[in-house]
Design a protein around this ligand. Structure first.
Ligand SMILES: [Zn+2]
Length: 80
């Protein structure tokens, strides 16, 4: 996988757990694939991951806010 920032090989994918959202909606999302580059030190989510996060957040209501979300399952871990 090539770094989107510096264009070199050498990125690693780390699964992170973060509070994602705005305002009062701060669900904990597990296993978000965070791309980290060993060359330039940049870390970022891919556009696909951000898109999936957006869709996930759009589907979260106050009623199911307490659920745990597994973005790894949502985006498909084989498709990075
Ligand atoms: Zn880089």
């Amino acid at each position: 996988m090539i770094c989107q920032n510096c264009g070199k090989e050498g990125v690693i994918v780390q699964l992170v757990t973060e509070n994602v959202g705005k305002g009062e909606k701060l669900p904990v999302i597990e296993d978000i694939p965070l791309i980290q580059c060993q060359n330039c030190g940049e870390s970022y989510y891919t556009a696909k991951t951000l898109h999936e996060l957006e869709e996930l957040l759009a589907g979260i209501t106050d009623n199911n806010l307490q659920n745990e979300y597994d973005i790894g399952k949502a985006v498909g871990r084989e498709s990075w």
